[in-house]
Design a protein around this ligand. Sequence first.
Ligand SMILES: [Ca+2]
Ligand SMILES: [Ca+2]
Length: 164
Amino acid sequence: MKITLAICKIFLLGLNLTAAGPVEGINDEPSSLKFEYGDSSYILYHTAVNWYTARNKCRQQGLDLVSIETEGENTAILNAISSFKIESFWTAGSDKWQEDSWYWDSTGLDFGPTQNWTSGQPNHSGDCLLLWNVIDHLWDDADCLHLNQFICESQTYICSETSP
Ligand SMILES: [Ca+2]
Ligand SMILES: [Ca+2]
């Protein structure tokens, strides 16, 4: 536990140092929105890219693709972006290693009980988790190479889970 916390604090220090740098955009690409929920902060990016590029761009900022662990987080994210004309966005969810074994690529943890699949999904149309911001606001498995906007999240909650 002590080792975990020590690593965690180093990780957080790294995040803080990263946060001190420019986070308004990625290589001058426009970021559209920053918001917070719980221990996490989020950045929504307008630029539509494939899932792998989205993940890289988040990691360049010391962040990672968004993971949605609770109903509250799911609702908070959708509320935060509700006024933006975004059709859909990438999350860290993936089953690229084993079909139907969904996990958050950012944390390595399997999906928990909070799953908000759209009716009829996942339908094996891809290995990456897309969230729709229109009609039903729900989850869809999609082709990782499709181009979508994306949300990055700071992963500080990892630390709060392991804190005494
Ligand atoms: Ca999260
Ligand atoms: Ca699908």
